[in-house]
Design a protein around this ligand. Sequence first.
Ligand code: SF4
Length: 326
Amino acid sequence: MYPFSFTKVSDTREALDAGRRGGRYIAGGTTLVDLMRETVERPGTLVDISALPLREVTVTERGGLRIGALVRMAEAAADPKVRLSYPVVSQALELSASAQLRNMATIGGNIMQRTRCTYFRDVTAACNKREPGSGCAATHGVNRTHAILGTSDSCVATHPSDVAVAFAALEATVHLVGPDGERQVPFVDFLLRPGSTPQREHALRNGELITAVEIPALPRPLKSGYLKVRDRQSYEFALTSAAIALHIRGGVIREAKVAVGGVGTVPWKLPAVEHHLIGERPTDALWAEAAERAADGARPLEHNRFKVELLKRTVERQLRIVGGSK
Ligand code: SF4
């Protein structure tokens, strides 16, 4: 470890002042401390924001749900409002990390976590995300777990979060506060594809702080769920995953929300699959047809071609689980 300063703040104004001076926000610390130990990240000042009043899950005036940025993953997963209204969110959280990490990590930190690409965490490897312009060791290296969607010549790393996939599917909004006041960013625009600047991962401006994630009210009844496919059943990142929510009324699919994880450089929304479902009657044949579109535009690498078929099967299976088999 290297020397750094540490300050704990008790209100938002204090946090923003410290952030404007270049301080790095920390709450649960479950990603950042690891990266500091490995010298992948070297912030000069840590600003502990864990005392800020951002730890509530509330129903919004519009009937949606607002999850404070400092709500722990385990707290959000267990919250009755989340479990009842958006099982896809609870399930994504419960299938993440380990119980110990879920008790410590926060919702804001979860969506800000950095990639698990092993070359990113190995300071001797070429990595454009860690050191812009140095190259990408994964492109022609061991890339079995890497992305097939949203990649660029500069970076092919996946975003590791599960709950971010659920937020993308549900078209959540990220609430921010910064030196210039409050603003909101659609979740699907918050995390950035790598393009030629993979070191830029999110839409946060200098000194800005995430205060909450808001899930919009969706028509009822709404069935939803999260399926995660991985090499082992616990404490492992997704090879593929699918977050799906369906509103079926009168035997017809009126709304469909679909996003996938483990395959994209960001949580990957699937509008073509959604459009294929809306207005149709749920049948096994429909699930299979819609899932065929899940990997449209995929650019597999040498070791992860299997993800194309696995992704389609993951989406088809989760559509059947959520929408029923006929
Ligand atoms: Fe770095 Fe991205 Fe390449 Fe991994 S895939 S080595 S994170 S540039």
